[in-house]
Design a protein around this ligand. Sequence first.
Ligand code: SF4
Length: 250
Amino acid sequence: MTVKGRIHSIETLGTVDGPGLRYVIFTQGCLLRCQFCHNPDTWKMSGGKEMTVAEIIEDIKDFQPYFESSNGGVTVSGGEPLLQAEFLLELFTELKKLGIHTCIDTSGGCFSRSPRFMKTLDALLEVTDLILYDLKQIDDEKHKKLTGVSNSHILDMARYLDEKQVPIWVRHVLVPGGSDDDQLLQRLSDFIATLSNVQKIDVLPYHELGVYKWSELGLDYPLQGVKPPTEDRVKNAEDILNRRKTIPLN
Ligand code: SF4
């Protein structure tokens, strides 16, 4: 069966979404409403362009030499890629036949232990080499304010990926006046330390590059006036989150 993906955009040689040079597919649709989101144009489930796996694979093949020379591969980001888990399964199955490294950048926002979701997820994890896992806020009430949803299922997915021993890189957006708080960072660090599958922890400084998209969409920007964190605060967050050891890279 061929499942079509709903694709927002494609970046052919990305350098920040996983190891090496990467073909990055941004999927359409997200259930979260992060206050710092720089891609609010991916939120709507109905937007984007429908593409088949065959169409995408054909395009990706041109970039294989770049992947091979840089230990890169393909990353699916969003939006929320796991909303299209069946499409990802079909895509990654084809990519693995070509020997291409596969990565998902997810917030875990649509994780549920429903048998249907878990069946697809388990099959998808078999053909996934790495997950970039966003942990946005450890405090549940603050998480609700920041993203519109609780973090309980998101932490649950992190634990599940640990059980399955799927390698993850944790990503944490540092927001002044929000997550940039030593106590919150320490709590997050303590949670990360309970996971044995963490290969890397990245602190992503909050930035204002996507603010114009909010006004284009006629939306009020909730973090108006918040400035990016200083280099010192980013270093401080990196130190706290890395206090406990992560496992070595392969
Ligand atoms: S999960 Fe990502 S795409 Fe969705 S609202 Fe948050 S930052 Fe935006």
